[in-house]
Unconditional design. Structure first.
Length: 201
């Protein structure tokens, strides 16, 4: 078990990593359709496009890799990515490498939430991707946008923490790293508490 002094040192060290302190935790939740054989074993990537004032920005292509068996029929999968605040999301790119035994995939909806600002953007999909004859990428436009209140956002942050904790139990404690805890918390105090929760006996 980590001592409090080591946890504190980890927290401050992490916040000094170039770029990390400026990044916001974006929760990506993907709902796969309940249609038969709609799940996939392929590697899934996302890229987001945002607008802040007159400035348009885009992210690199991120692999969305929730812990456990992901993207099965009717399943909800959640991961959290560290991304510079993009402002209002106006589109995203969803990609599949078409690999694995079951490359064809039918995602239903994607919810993207900035856990720092409370801005949520929903993307409707309902289109096959990655299988034989299917496209390997889709450009998606928002179907809905929502702004969480501070009270609502607090609940969302807590639910994200619980979701990642459940993933930890599914896969085993060793796979839930300190960096995962850091992704959905905003300051040094929360970092210390979150790491203590992760490593408690």
């Amino acid at each position: 078990m980590l001592s409090l002094s080591k946890i504190t040192m980890l927290a401050f060290s992490a916040l000094l990593i170039p770029g990390l302190a400026l990044a916001d935790p974006y929760r990506v939740t993907i709902h796969t359709s309940k249609t038969k054989n709609s799940g996939t074993n392929s590697t899934i990537k996302v890229q987001f496009f945002g607008k802040k004032g007159n400035k348009r920005t885009k992210t690199p292509k991120y692999i969305v890799d929730p812990i456990g068996d992901s993207y099965e029929n009717g399943q909800w999968d959640t991961d959290v990515l560290n991304i510079e605040n993009l402002g209002r999301l106006y589109k995203m790119k969803l990609m599949s490498d078409g690999g694995g035994k079951k490359p064809g995939w039918l995602p239903k909806t994607i919810f993207v939430t900035n856990l720092k600002t409370g801005s949520r953007t929903d993307f409707g999909v309902n289109q096959w991707i990655g299988g034989k004859g299917d496209p390997r990428s889709l450009i998606l436009k928002p179907s809905n946008q929502h702004q969480y209140s501070k009270k609502e956002l607090k609940k969302q942050v807590l639910s994200s923490r619980k979701a990642l904790q459940r993933n930890k139990k599914k896969k085993g404690g060793s796979s839930f790293s300190y960096s995962k805890a850091l992704k959905y918390i905003k300051d040094t105090t929360d970092t210390i508490n979150a790491v203590k929760d992760v490593y408690k006996p």
